[in-house]
Design a protein around this ligand. Structure first.
Ligand SMILES: C[S@@+](CC[C@H](N)C(=O)[O-])C[C@H]1O[C@@H](n2cnc3c(N)ncnc32)[C@H](O)[C@@H]1O
Length: 217
């Protein structure tokens, strides 16, 4: 493993704005339900970014919305390091990062603790529908954690994931709020959609169209 990657994976564990979770069967479970009172120390809404990678959305949205709290989730500590370091450098106290499997989200959040979810360029899992972060299996995991009126927002380059998600929305009779087939052509000035992540920049360089779906689960 390259030294910088290893160093960041170690270092991110010491960051005051990052949680690093390894023991899913721990006798000391995560104190879910405490995000507002003990972690952010305010009553502002809590918004999740899943598969956040280097956390461009968590920090970008945190700057746009200082009256909301953001938690970026990813498995890879070396990627989280980049977002967490950016948040520390910019004194963003409404952002935290969490290194863990998204599959265990219900160990970290209490019922109705979350206001919205952003899923930004998740792995499209072309052959495994159950692993797609907008699959019925994952929606079942998210639903109890969400407040009434919450939205799920997906940005992707993958035509397959885009179509799959629309099919899930239709099959489950969910409310589709936004369906944008070419973000940068249709909404060039939208401050939320103008945030560009590491993967988005790579896809744009290859000439791919970036799609966005927002829906109510
Ligand atoms: C294609 S990258 C996108 C990263 C970032 N959102 C971006 O746009 O640059 C997908 C990310 O999802 C993370 N990931 C995939 N499955 C995961 C899971 N089950 N739990 C946590 N993170 C996961 C990977 O570690 C990776 O960083």
């Amino acid at each position: 493993m390259p030294k910088i990657k290893e160093k960041r994976m170690e270092e991110v564990r010491t960051f005051e704005n990052t949680f690093d979770w390894h023991d899913y069967n721990s006798k000391n479970p995560f104190p879910k339900g405490s995000w507002n009172a003990d972690i952010f120390k305010n009553e502002n809404p809590i918004v999740l970014e899943l598969a956040c990678g280097k956390g461009e959305y968590s920090t970008g949205l945190a700057k746009l919305y200082p009256d909301k709290n953001f938690v970026g989730f990813d498995l890879k500590g070396n990627r989280l390091w980049v977002g967490a370091q950016r948040a520390l450098d910019q004194d963003l106290d409404n952002v935290r990062f969490f290194r863990a499997y998204i599959d265990h989200l219900d160990q970290f959040f209490e019922k109705e603790e979350v206001s919205d979810i952003w899923i930004i360029f998740p792995d499209p899992q072309l052959k495994k529908d159950r692993k797609k972060l907008t699959s019925p299996k994952f929606l079942k995991l998210y639903r109890p954690l969400l407040k009434s009126g919450a939205t799920i927002n997906l940005k992707t380059d993958s035509q397959e994931l885009y179509e799959f998600t629309k099919e899930v929305i239709k099959e489950q009779n969910l409310k589709l709020l936004k369906d944008i087939k070419d973000v940068h052509k249709e909404c060039p000035d939208d401050p939320e959609l103008s945030i560009k992540t590491y993967y988005e920049k790579m896809h744009l360089e290859k000439g791919k169209l970036i799609k966005f779906i927002s829906f109510r689960p």
